[in-house]
Design a protein around this ligand. Sequence first.
Ligand SMILES: *Cc1c(COP(=O)(O)O)cnc(C)c1O
Length: 415
Amino acid sequence: MDTPPTLPSGPTDHPTLEQIAEREKKFLLQTYNRYPVALARGKGVFLWDIEGKRYLDFVSGLGVNALGHAHPRIVKTIRDQAAKLLHVSNLYYHQYQGPLAEKLCTLSGLNRAFFSNSGTEAIEGSIKLARLAGHRAGGEAKCRLVALEGSYHGRTFGALSLTGQDKHRKGFEPMLEGVTFVKQNDIESLRSAVNDDTCAIVLEPIFGEGGIYECTPEFLQECRSLADRHRAALIFDEIQCGLGRIGTLFAFQSFGVTPDIVAVAKPIAAGLPLGAFIAKEEFASAISAGQHGTTFGGGPLACRVALEFLAIVEEEKLLENINRVGAYLHHELEGLLGKYAAATGVRGRGFMQAIQLEIPARPIVDAGLAQGVLFNSTQDTVVRFLPPFLLEEKHVDKGIRVLKKLLGKNVKAAA
Ligand SMILES: *Cc1c(COP(=O)(O)O)cnc(C)c1O
Protein backbone atom coordinates (compact mmCIF):
# COMPACT_ATOMS: atom_id res chain seq x y z
CA MET A 1 0.00 0.00 0.00
CA ASP A 2 1.25 3.47 -0.84
CA THR A 3 1.69 5.81 2.10
CA PRO A 4 1.84 9.54 1.44
CA PRO A 5 5.51 10.53 1.80
CA THR A 6 4.82 14.09 2.85
CA LEU A 7 2.97 13.56 6.12
CA PRO A 8 4.65 15.48 8.91
CA SER A 9 5.68 13.50 11.94
CA GLY A 10 3.86 15.54 14.54
CA PRO A 11 1.59 18.46 15.25
CA THR A 12 4.50 20.82 15.86
CA ASP A 13 5.69 20.53 12.27
CA HIS A 14 3.35 23.24 10.90
CA PRO A 15 1.50 21.02 8.45
CA THR A 16 -0.31 22.44 5.45
CA LEU A 17 -4.07 22.16 5.00
CA GLU A 18 -3.51 19.37 2.48
CA GLN A 19 -1.37 17.41 4.91
CA ILE A 20 -3.88 17.85 7.71
CA ALA A 21 -6.75 16.74 5.47
CA GLU A 22 -4.79 13.79 4.09
CA ARG A 23 -3.95 12.47 7.54
CA GLU A 24 -7.58 12.79 8.69
CA LYS A 25 -8.76 11.05 5.54
CA LYS A 26 -6.57 8.12 6.42
CA PHE A 27 -7.14 7.84 10.16
CA LEU A 28 -10.55 9.33 11.01
CA LEU A 29 -13.95 7.75 10.71
CA GLN A 30 -15.25 9.57 7.66
CA THR A 31 -18.28 11.21 9.30
CA TYR A 32 -17.57 14.88 8.51
CA ASN A 33 -17.61 16.82 5.30
CA ARG A 34 -15.38 19.70 6.43
CA TYR A 35 -14.94 23.07 4.77
CA PRO A 36 -11.43 23.40 3.33
CA VAL A 37 -9.86 25.52 6.04
CA ALA A 38 -7.72 24.72 9.10
CA LEU A 39 -8.18 27.26 11.88
CA ALA A 40 -5.37 28.22 14.19
CA ARG A 41 -6.53 31.05 16.49
CA GLY A 42 -9.25 33.56 17.14
CA LYS A 43 -9.97 36.91 18.75
CA GLY A 44 -13.46 38.33 19.26
CA VAL A 45 -15.58 37.77 16.13
CA PHE A 46 -12.54 36.89 13.98
CA LEU A 47 -10.61 33.69 13.29
CA TRP A 48 -7.29 33.08 11.56
CA ASP A 49 -6.33 30.00 9.59
CA ILE A 50 -2.93 28.29 9.68
CA GLU A 51 -1.69 30.56 6.91
CA GLY A 52 -2.68 33.72 8.76
CA LYS A 53 -5.76 34.54 6.65
CA ARG A 54 -8.52 36.26 8.66
CA TYR A 55 -12.21 35.27 8.71
CA LEU A 56 -15.29 36.99 10.12
CA ASP A 57 -17.22 34.40 12.12
CA PHE A 58 -20.99 34.04 11.52
CA VAL A 59 -21.00 30.44 12.81
CA SER A 60 -19.51 30.50 16.36
CA GLY A 61 -18.55 26.83 16.08
CA LEU A 62 -22.26 26.01 15.64
CA GLY A 63 -23.56 28.41 18.24
CA VAL A 64 -20.98 27.57 20.89
CA ASN A 65 -18.51 30.47 20.88
CA ALA A 66 -21.07 33.03 21.99
CA LEU A 67 -18.37 35.24 23.51
CA GLY A 68 -16.28 35.01 20.37
CA HIS A 69 -12.76 33.73 20.65
CA ALA A 70 -10.19 34.26 23.41
CA HIS A 71 -12.44 36.45 25.55
CA PRO A 72 -10.02 37.83 28.19
CA ARG A 73 -12.25 36.91 31.16
CA ILE A 74 -12.75 33.36 29.87
CA VAL A 75 -9.03 32.92 29.22
CA LYS A 76 -8.24 34.15 32.73
CA THR A 77 -10.85 31.90 34.34
CA ILE A 78 -9.63 28.80 32.48
CA ARG A 79 -5.98 29.53 33.32
CA ASP A 80 -6.75 30.05 36.98
CA GLN A 81 -8.97 26.99 37.37
CA ALA A 82 -6.66 24.73 35.31
CA ALA A 83 -3.91 25.43 37.81
CA LYS A 84 -6.20 24.46 40.70
CA LEU A 85 -8.57 21.64 39.80
CA LEU A 86 -9.89 20.28 36.49
CA HIS A 87 -11.95 17.29 37.50
CA VAL A 88 -13.22 15.61 40.64
CA SER A 89 -16.04 13.32 39.34
CA ASN A 90 -19.48 13.44 40.90
CA LEU A 91 -18.29 11.43 43.90
CA TYR A 92 -17.29 14.70 45.60
CA TYR A 93 -18.46 18.28 46.00
CA HIS A 94 -16.73 21.25 44.45
CA GLN A 95 -17.71 24.88 44.81
CA TYR A 96 -19.07 25.67 41.32
CA GLN A 97 -21.81 23.17 40.42
CA GLY A 98 -24.30 24.34 43.05
CA PRO A 99 -24.00 28.06 42.24
CA LEU A 100 -24.36 27.35 38.50
CA ALA A 101 -27.47 25.25 39.15
CA GLU A 102 -28.86 28.02 41.38
CA LYS A 103 -28.20 30.63 38.70
CA LEU A 104 -29.90 28.58 35.98
CA CYS A 105 -32.89 27.87 38.26
CA THR A 106 -33.23 31.54 39.19
CA LEU A 107 -32.98 32.69 35.58
CA SER A 108 -35.42 30.06 34.26
CA GLY A 109 -37.86 29.90 37.18
CA LEU A 110 -37.41 26.11 37.22
CA ASN A 111 -36.19 24.15 40.23
CA ARG A 112 -33.36 21.65 39.73
CA ALA A 113 -30.52 21.16 37.25
CA PHE A 114 -28.45 18.21 36.06
CA PHE A 115 -25.17 18.74 34.20
CA SER A 116 -24.06 16.67 31.21
CA ASN A 117 -21.24 16.95 28.67
CA SER A 118 -23.24 17.75 25.56
CA GLY A 119 -26.62 18.74 24.22
CA THR A 120 -27.52 15.22 23.21
CA GLU A 121 -26.90 13.99 26.74
CA ALA A 122 -29.08 16.77 28.14
CA ILE A 123 -31.91 15.46 25.94
CA GLU A 124 -31.24 11.87 27.03
CA GLY A 125 -31.42 12.88 30.67
CA SER A 126 -34.60 14.90 30.07
CA ILE A 127 -36.46 11.99 28.52
CA LYS A 128 -35.22 9.56 31.17
CA LEU A 129 -36.61 11.93 33.83
CA ALA A 130 -39.90 12.26 31.93
CA ARG A 131 -40.20 8.45 31.78
CA LEU A 132 -39.68 8.16 35.55
CA ALA A 133 -42.24 10.88 36.24
CA GLY A 134 -44.61 9.32 33.72
CA HIS A 135 -44.42 5.88 35.30
CA ARG A 136 -44.94 7.39 38.72
CA ALA A 137 -48.04 9.27 37.54
CA GLY A 138 -49.60 6.70 35.25
CA GLY A 139 -47.83 3.34 35.49
CA GLU A 140 -45.91 1.41 32.83
CA ALA A 141 -48.12 2.52 29.95
CA LYS A 142 -47.29 6.19 30.46
CA CYS A 143 -44.11 6.13 28.43
CA ARG A 144 -44.93 7.61 25.02
CA LEU A 145 -43.14 10.61 23.54
CA VAL A 146 -44.39 13.21 21.08
CA ALA A 147 -41.86 15.05 18.90
CA LEU A 148 -41.90 17.19 15.75
CA GLU A 149 -41.25 16.31 12.11
CA GLY A 150 -38.13 18.08 10.87
CA SER A 151 -36.63 18.44 14.36
CA TYR A 152 -33.07 17.75 15.51
CA HIS A 153 -32.21 16.58 19.03
CA GLY A 154 -28.87 14.79 18.65
CA ARG A 155 -27.27 11.53 17.61
CA THR A 156 -27.59 9.03 20.45
CA PHE A 157 -30.47 6.55 20.27
CA GLY A 158 -32.87 8.43 22.53
CA ALA A 159 -32.21 11.82 20.94
CA LEU A 160 -32.13 10.29 17.46
CA SER A 161 -35.48 8.62 18.09
CA LEU A 162 -36.94 12.10 18.69
CA THR A 163 -35.25 13.59 15.62
CA GLY A 164 -37.88 13.87 12.91
CA GLN A 165 -35.64 13.52 9.87
CA ASP A 166 -35.18 10.23 7.99
CA LYS A 167 -31.74 11.18 6.73
CA HIS A 168 -30.32 11.08 10.28
CA ARG A 169 -32.15 7.88 11.31
CA LYS A 170 -31.67 5.77 8.20
CA GLY A 171 -29.58 2.65 8.80
CA PHE A 172 -29.73 2.85 12.59
CA GLU A 173 -33.18 1.33 13.18
CA PRO A 174 -34.78 0.13 15.34
CA MET A 175 -35.29 3.38 17.21
CA LEU A 176 -36.71 3.86 20.71
CA GLU A 177 -40.31 2.64 20.81
CA GLY A 178 -43.30 4.87 21.43
CA VAL A 179 -42.46 8.11 19.61
CA THR A 180 -45.17 9.90 17.62
CA PHE A 181 -44.23 12.73 15.27
CA VAL A 182 -46.47 15.66 14.50
CA LYS A 183 -46.01 18.50 12.05
CA GLN A 184 -44.70 21.71 13.56
CA ASN A 185 -47.58 24.14 14.27
CA ASP A 186 -50.26 21.58 13.32
CA ILE A 187 -52.52 21.87 16.36
CA GLU A 188 -55.00 19.22 15.15
CA SER A 189 -52.41 16.47 14.78
CA LEU A 190 -50.85 17.51 18.08
CA ARG A 191 -54.22 17.00 19.79
CA SER A 192 -54.64 13.57 18.30
CA ALA A 193 -51.08 12.52 19.22
CA VAL A 194 -51.12 13.45 22.93
CA ASN A 195 -53.06 11.23 25.34
CA ASP A 196 -52.82 9.74 28.84
CA ASP A 197 -49.98 7.44 27.74
CA THR A 198 -47.84 10.43 26.78
CA CYS A 199 -45.01 11.12 29.23
CA ALA A 200 -43.44 14.01 27.30
CA ILE A 201 -43.79 16.42 24.40
CA VAL A 202 -40.31 17.34 23.18
CA LEU A 203 -39.64 20.26 20.84
CA GLU A 204 -37.26 23.01 19.78
CA PRO A 205 -39.11 26.37 20.01
CA ILE A 206 -37.09 27.29 16.91
CA PHE A 207 -35.68 24.51 14.71
CA GLY A 208 -31.91 24.93 14.40
CA GLU A 209 -30.33 22.30 12.18
CA GLY A 210 -33.81 21.84 10.68
CA GLY A 211 -33.54 25.22 8.95
CA ILE A 212 -34.68 27.96 11.42
CA TYR A 213 -38.44 27.43 11.58
CA GLU A 214 -40.31 28.85 14.60
CA CYS A 215 -43.10 27.24 16.56
CA THR A 216 -46.07 29.62 16.80
CA PRO A 217 -47.04 30.85 20.28
CA GLU A 218 -50.48 29.24 19.75
CA PHE A 219 -48.88 25.87 19.05
CA LEU A 220 -46.65 26.15 22.13
CA GLN A 221 -49.64 27.15 24.27
CA GLU A 222 -51.54 24.10 23.04
CA CYS A 223 -48.52 21.92 23.91
CA ARG A 224 -48.60 23.48 27.37
CA SER A 225 -52.29 22.81 27.97
CA LEU A 226 -52.17 19.26 26.56
CA ALA A 227 -49.14 18.46 28.75
CA ASP A 228 -51.03 19.82 31.78
CA ARG A 229 -54.22 17.93 30.96
CA HIS A 230 -52.40 14.61 30.51
CA ARG A 231 -49.74 15.16 33.20
CA ALA A 232 -46.95 14.88 30.62
CA ALA A 233 -43.67 16.82 30.70
CA LEU A 234 -43.30 19.67 28.22
CA ILE A 235 -39.61 19.57 27.27
CA PHE A 236 -38.00 22.42 25.33
CA ASP A 237 -34.75 21.71 23.53
CA GLU A 238 -33.07 25.12 23.76
CA ILE A 239 -29.63 23.74 23.05
CA GLN A 240 -29.28 26.04 20.04
CA CYS A 241 -31.86 28.80 20.60
CA GLY A 242 -31.35 29.17 24.35
CA LEU A 243 -29.03 31.14 26.65
CA GLY A 244 -29.41 34.42 24.82
CA ARG A 245 -29.19 33.62 21.14
CA ILE A 246 -32.68 34.88 20.28
CA GLY A 247 -32.52 37.87 22.60
CA THR A 248 -33.92 36.45 25.86
CA LEU A 249 -31.87 34.29 28.17
CA PHE A 250 -34.23 31.36 27.69
CA ALA A 251 -36.01 31.12 24.37
CA PHE A 252 -39.28 30.23 26.12
CA GLN A 253 -39.25 33.71 27.65
CA SER A 254 -39.74 35.08 24.11
CA PHE A 255 -42.75 32.85 23.53
CA GLY A 256 -44.56 33.21 26.86
CA VAL A 257 -44.83 29.45 27.46
CA THR A 258 -42.87 27.82 30.29
CA PRO A 259 -41.74 24.20 29.84
CA ASP A 260 -41.41 21.63 32.64
CA ILE A 261 -37.89 20.75 31.53
CA VAL A 262 -35.48 22.80 29.42
CA ALA A 263 -32.28 21.45 27.85
CA VAL A 264 -29.36 23.79 27.15
CA ALA A 265 -25.79 23.29 26.03
CA LYS A 266 -23.94 24.88 23.12
CA PRO A 267 -22.86 28.33 24.45
CA ILE A 268 -23.11 27.59 28.16
CA ALA A 269 -19.40 27.17 28.89
CA ALA A 270 -18.05 29.45 26.14
CA GLY A 271 -16.49 26.58 24.17
CA LEU A 272 -15.94 23.92 26.82
CA PRO A 273 -18.22 20.88 26.60
CA LEU A 274 -21.12 21.26 29.03
CA GLY A 275 -24.85 20.66 28.84
CA ALA A 276 -27.67 20.87 31.34
CA PHE A 277 -31.32 20.22 31.82
CA ILE A 278 -33.39 22.10 34.34
CA ALA A 279 -36.68 20.70 35.62
CA LYS A 280 -39.67 21.72 37.70
CA GLU A 281 -39.78 20.06 41.11
CA GLU A 282 -42.87 18.07 40.14
CA PHE A 283 -40.74 16.17 37.59
CA ALA A 284 -37.34 16.48 39.27
CA SER A 285 -38.64 14.68 42.34
CA ALA A 286 -39.19 11.51 40.28
CA ILE A 287 -35.46 10.67 40.25
CA SER A 288 -33.31 9.44 43.10
CA ALA A 289 -29.65 8.71 43.83
CA GLY A 290 -28.04 6.25 41.46
CA GLN A 291 -30.65 6.52 38.68
CA HIS A 292 -28.64 8.82 36.41
CA GLY A 293 -25.09 10.08 36.32
CA THR A 294 -21.97 11.02 34.38
CA THR A 295 -18.24 10.94 35.02
CA PHE A 296 -17.30 14.25 33.40
CA GLY A 297 -20.53 16.27 33.59
CA GLY A 298 -20.56 19.36 35.78
CA GLY A 299 -16.84 19.48 36.54
CA PRO A 300 -15.23 22.48 38.24
CA LEU A 301 -13.61 23.91 35.09
CA ALA A 302 -16.75 23.85 32.92
CA CYS A 303 -19.06 25.04 35.73
CA ARG A 304 -16.81 27.91 36.74
CA VAL A 305 -16.48 29.02 33.11
CA ALA A 306 -20.27 28.77 32.68
CA LEU A 307 -20.76 31.06 35.69
CA GLU A 308 -18.33 33.49 34.08
CA PHE A 309 -20.19 33.20 30.73
CA LEU A 310 -23.51 34.11 32.38
CA ALA A 311 -21.89 37.00 34.27
CA ILE A 312 -20.37 38.38 31.04
CA VAL A 313 -23.68 38.14 29.14
CA GLU A 314 -25.26 40.19 31.92
CA GLU A 315 -22.45 42.68 32.61
CA GLU A 316 -21.65 43.37 28.95
CA LYS A 317 -25.39 43.73 28.20
CA LEU A 318 -25.10 41.21 25.37
CA LEU A 319 -28.85 40.54 25.13
CA GLU A 320 -29.33 44.18 24.17
CA ASN A 321 -26.64 43.79 21.54
CA ILE A 322 -28.29 40.65 20.16
CA ASN A 323 -31.68 42.36 19.93
CA ARG A 324 -30.32 45.49 18.26
CA VAL A 325 -27.80 43.93 15.87
CA GLY A 326 -30.13 40.96 15.24
CA ALA A 327 -32.88 43.31 14.05
CA TYR A 328 -30.33 45.03 11.81
CA LEU A 329 -29.18 41.68 10.38
CA HIS A 330 -32.80 40.72 9.70
CA HIS A 331 -33.45 44.00 7.91
CA GLU A 332 -30.30 43.72 5.82
CA LEU A 333 -31.05 40.10 4.86
CA GLU A 334 -34.57 41.07 3.84
CA GLY A 335 -33.01 43.71 1.65
CA LEU A 336 -31.43 40.91 -0.41
CA LEU A 337 -34.78 39.29 -1.20
CA GLY A 338 -35.90 41.75 -3.80
CA LYS A 339 -32.51 41.91 -5.46
CA TYR A 340 -31.36 38.33 -5.90
CA ALA A 341 -33.52 35.68 -7.54
CA ALA A 342 -31.88 32.89 -5.54
CA ALA A 343 -32.89 34.40 -2.17
CA THR A 344 -36.53 33.71 -1.32
CA GLY A 345 -36.99 34.19 2.42
CA VAL A 346 -35.52 35.26 5.75
CA ARG A 347 -36.33 33.44 9.01
CA GLY A 348 -35.42 33.63 12.68
CA ARG A 349 -34.56 36.40 15.10
CA GLY A 350 -31.72 37.70 17.19
CA PHE A 351 -28.53 35.86 16.38
CA MET A 352 -30.31 32.79 15.03
CA GLN A 353 -31.34 33.60 11.49
CA ALA A 354 -31.37 32.11 8.02
CA ILE A 355 -31.77 33.10 4.44
CA GLN A 356 -33.61 30.61 2.24
CA LEU A 357 -32.09 30.07 -1.18
CA GLU A 358 -33.41 28.37 -4.30
CA ILE A 359 -29.92 27.14 -5.07
CA PRO A 360 -27.58 24.85 -3.07
CA ALA A 361 -26.14 26.77 -0.11
CA ARG A 362 -22.88 24.84 0.21
CA PRO A 363 -21.14 26.50 -2.78
CA ILE A 364 -22.10 29.90 -1.35
CA VAL A 365 -20.53 28.95 1.98
CA ASP A 366 -17.41 27.61 0.25
CA ALA A 367 -17.10 30.82 -1.75
CA GLY A 368 -17.54 32.82 1.47
CA LEU A 369 -14.30 31.31 2.76
CA ALA A 370 -12.38 32.79 -0.13
CA GLN A 371 -13.90 36.18 0.80
CA GLY A 372 -12.88 35.81 4.46
CA VAL A 373 -16.32 35.14 5.97
CA LEU A 374 -17.52 31.96 7.70
CA PHE A 375 -21.17 31.14 6.96
CA ASN A 376 -22.91 27.83 7.56
CA SER A 377 -25.38 25.89 5.44
CA THR A 378 -28.07 23.51 6.64
CA GLN A 379 -30.87 21.57 4.93
CA ASP A 380 -29.12 22.00 1.54
CA THR A 381 -30.57 25.38 0.59
CA VAL A 382 -30.43 27.40 3.82
CA VAL A 383 -27.60 29.72 4.87
CA ARG A 384 -27.70 29.86 8.67
CA PHE A 385 -26.30 32.69 10.82
CA LEU A 386 -25.27 31.89 14.42
CA PRO A 387 -22.77 34.68 15.12
CA PRO A 388 -21.04 35.40 18.44
CA PHE A 389 -23.08 37.62 20.78
CA LEU A 390 -20.42 40.33 20.27
CA LEU A 391 -21.23 40.92 16.58
CA GLU A 392 -21.69 44.59 15.64
CA GLU A 393 -23.45 46.40 12.80
CA LYS A 394 -20.19 46.92 10.91
CA HIS A 395 -19.65 43.14 10.90
CA VAL A 396 -23.16 42.63 9.54
CA ASP A 397 -22.32 45.13 6.77
CA LYS A 398 -19.23 43.14 5.84
CA GLY A 399 -21.18 39.85 5.81
CA ILE A 400 -23.94 41.35 3.66
CA ARG A 401 -21.38 42.85 1.23
CA VAL A 402 -19.85 39.41 0.76
CA LEU A 403 -23.23 37.69 0.45
CA LYS A 404 -24.21 40.16 -2.26
CA LYS A 405 -21.04 39.32 -4.14
CA LEU A 406 -21.70 35.59 -3.82
CA LEU A 407 -25.35 35.86 -4.86
CA GLY A 408 -24.41 38.39 -7.53
CA LYS A 409 -24.34 35.89 -10.36
CA ASN A 410 -28.03 35.38 -9.63
CA VAL A 411 -29.14 39.03 -9.77
CA LYS A 412 -32.83 39.36 -10.56
CA ALA A 413 -33.42 40.59 -14.09
CA ALA A 414 -34.37 44.26 -13.99
CA ALA A 415 -38.15 44.58 -14.10
C1 LIG B 1 -26.63 20.78 18.65
C2 LIG B 1 -27.99 20.38 19.07
C3 LIG B 1 -28.21 19.19 19.79
C4 LIG B 1 -27.10 18.22 20.09
O1 LIG B 1 -26.11 18.78 20.90
P1 LIG B 1 -24.64 18.13 20.93
O2 LIG B 1 -23.90 19.01 21.89
O3 LIG B 1 -24.13 18.14 19.53
O4 LIG B 1 -24.78 16.75 21.46
C5 LIG B 1 -29.49 18.90 20.21
N1 LIG B 1 -30.52 19.74 19.94
C6 LIG B 1 -30.33 20.89 19.27
C7 LIG B 1 -31.50 21.78 19.02
C8 LIG B 1 -29.08 21.24 18.79
O5 LIG B 1 -28.91 22.36 18.08
